[in-house]
Design a protein around this ligand. Structure first.
Ligand SMILES: [Zn+2]
Length: 263
């Protein structure tokens, strides 16, 4: 899928988690629902950091371009080192390491640890990166036409404001994890979810996605998971634009409304 569909599906997924959390007696205060949806929308672009022309690789100028090259090389090296004789030979790292559940858990877990141990600046940094991505993903064309610096400013100011809102008592910095010192431990959850939702979205496309690596399937370690061939679509096709994206919006709306107790 393309950036906007990935981001929309990420936001909708977190709103769905909000509805489930309310049903299981852990209702999210509205700032958790909002910030989580934005984090998840941003995180749903992150796995494509292995691809030069992806939104995330262009989002932070030379920093993300450099990181993209490193991630591509690392992914390719891991692919070569762990592929079984049945996995095809390939020439780059796109849709390998960063498109697995292992990567999703590592990135989300890393963000949670950073948020808990690194204090306010770590929380701000995590929010900034994901908010910039969410703006790029959700406001696609508008973000592309404005300058990078404007988007970064928007990300930085919203990160500052939202962190201030979350810090207020009862607004949810301690949502789900209520022990002393566990504030913001939940920040990793929308990030894991965003990456997984991205992988599932890619799995629906023609080439599939090796989400389960390194668990072997049919003696392939990098088995590209996906539905039967006839149910797959091309990235950016009408199915994605005219069916999936409106569906994500409707589902997200229903999820959000029931998370806040309106349904
Ligand atoms: Zn992808």
């Amino acid at each position: 899928m393309m950036g906007p569909a990935h981001s929309l599906s990420g936001a909708a997924a977190w709103l769905g988690v909000g509805a489930a959390a309310a049903a299981f007696d852990h209702p999210m205060p509205w700032p958790v629902l909002l910030v989580g949806a934005l984090l998840c929308a941003g995180a749903a672009l992150a796995p494509d950091l292995d691809h030069k022309s992806a939104t995330i690789s262009r989002a932070f100028g030379p920093v993300s371009r450099g990181l993209c090259e490193i991630v591509d090389k690392l992914s390719y090296a891991v692919y070569k080192a762990t592929r079984s004789p049945r996995d095809p030979r390939r020439s780059g790292g796109h849709r390998t390491l960063t498109h697995t559940w292992v990567w999703a858990v590592l990135i989300g877990g890393g963000c949670s640890v950073a948020a808990v141990t690194g204090g306010r600046w770590a929380v701000l940094a995590i929010l900034f990166v994901h908010l910039v991505l969410a703006v790029e993903g959700l406001l696609w064309r508008a973000a592309r036409m404005s300058s990078d610096i404007l988007v970064w400013l928007l990300g930085a100011t919203s990160a500052w404001i939202l962190a201030g809102v979350l810090d207020q008592p009862g607004n949810g910095s301690d949502w789900l994890f209520t022990g002393a010192g566990q504030e913001y431990l939940w920040l990793g959850l929308p990030i894991v979810l965003g990456a997984l939702v991205h992988d599932v979205g890619d799995a629906l496309t023609v080439s599939g996605c090796p989400i389960l690596w390194p668990i072997p399937i049919g003696r392939k370690r990098w088995y590209p998971i996906g539905p039967p061939k006839g149910m797959r679509f091309r990235a950016g096709s009408w199915v994605e634009l005219k069916v999936l994206m409106p569906a994500f919006m409707v589902l997200g709306g229903i999820g959000g409304a029931s998370a806040l107790g309106f349904l």
